[in-house]
Design a protein around this ligand. Sequence first.
Ligand code: NAD
Length: 471
Amino acid sequence: ESESPNVPAPASTSLIQSESDIMANFDDQLGPTIVARILRQRRKQLENLLRCYEENENDIISALEADLRRPKQESLIVETEFMKNDIKHILYHLSDWVKAEKPSKSIINVMDDVQIYNDPFGVVLVIGAWNYPLQLLLVPVASAIAAGNCVVIKPSEIAGNCAKFIAEVIPKYLDNDCYPVVCGGPSETAELLKQRFDYIFYTGSTRVGKIIHAAANKHLTPTTLELGGKSPCYIDKSVELRTAVKRILWGKLINCGQTCIAPDYILCSKEMQDKFVAEAKDVLKEWYGENIQSSPDLCRVINTNNFQRLLGLMKSGRVAVGGKYDASERYIEPTILVDIKPNDPIMEEEIFGPILPIYNVESAYDAIKFINDREKPLVIYVFSNSNKLVKEFQSNTTSGGFCSNETIMHCGVDVLPFGGVGMSGMGSYHGKYGFDTFTHKKSCLGKDLSAVGEKLASARYPPYSDRKGSF
Ligand code: NAD
């Protein structure tokens, strides 16, 4: 086991613009972890990353199309624009975020310098997932760079075209000594995890999240785990149904349901279910036409394994909408299942595909109980016109996030932390929360060595006596 982080070879000095005299003197001896701390380096690298997104937008869209048959507009909204806005937000706020915090002091420390210094962790490992192969990897990478870390960037091998893009193009824009890309699947990742990192940020399944956590534990490495699970969606009878159906179906069908925060299943009354099904048929026709398979606006399932898994889940309950599929394209028609029982296979694992089961509950109380009897979800969705009912759900359930009368969009609000709780993950990121995730809050106390100060402080020295009192 190595005792120190696996730091890449020393950086070329041409990139270094020292910020202090001390650094200037040691310019040619600076290793990557020191280079990565320099604020100008952080800014420059983030600007390069932004330029990378702008200059390679078409290649990014093509790679996503090749991996997921993702429509261009979806790729723009959920990957390139998302990543660009993230970096612009960071660059705008970075000089404020890096400033040491000066907490209010008590009288005892009135003459002292008391501050919370924003220290980078050092070398961090960021492991991405295949479903949003660029933004789930590069948004945390940008936060880690902003916080002054070296970053080992590990794309998901399952989205092969995007992994190839990352391996070939990102190194042209980033300092390779500080921010290397490492490719590979489970065995290469397992090798990587034997190294000691200062922080690990993982996005993917709960199953693999446990493997990552166990590996990190060997070195007591702190981790953020962005995992999955079943995110429920309750629909109350008070809703404006057409709008609710559109927002729920969009959240379910974007990226063909392969979204960690997709509404996984619906909880509603039998009466609401019938109305939802009728309205959903109409909306699907409006969006994708009579022949959904020929629409260019629906992604495909990522690979054969997942396709077969989803066909298995479609056997639960009864098909009320959709149900068709075509293995040659890994196409699954948007499908709504009814007559679902709590222990049906589809209710026991995250669906991660274009299948929406509806489980009937009698009341909001039943829905809250149903949710609380299961693992804590990544997000809970509630559709209702009653503010009171929404607040009942918000205050009586636990989940990574909570969103009423909308789906997915909460993750784009850059002032909100994004992350799970319990089996849906630990830790959070986005915007300032990403910067804080990759920052150690270092407590710093600064005193002077003046005679007056020393006189005041000397009560603590032995020999102790009651007369001297406490310090
Ligand atoms: P995946 O198969 O791409 O795996 C994720 C990463 O883990 C990859 O980089 C992969 O190489 C690595 N990996 C896989 N097996 C490994 C092993 N045995 N040891 C070490 N590393 C290994 O993605 P996935 O896990 O199928 O992703 C889908 C899951 O991710 C879903 O559960 C989804 O909900 C979740 N997810 C969560 C978020 C979030 O932000 N919370 C976002 C997207 C996806």
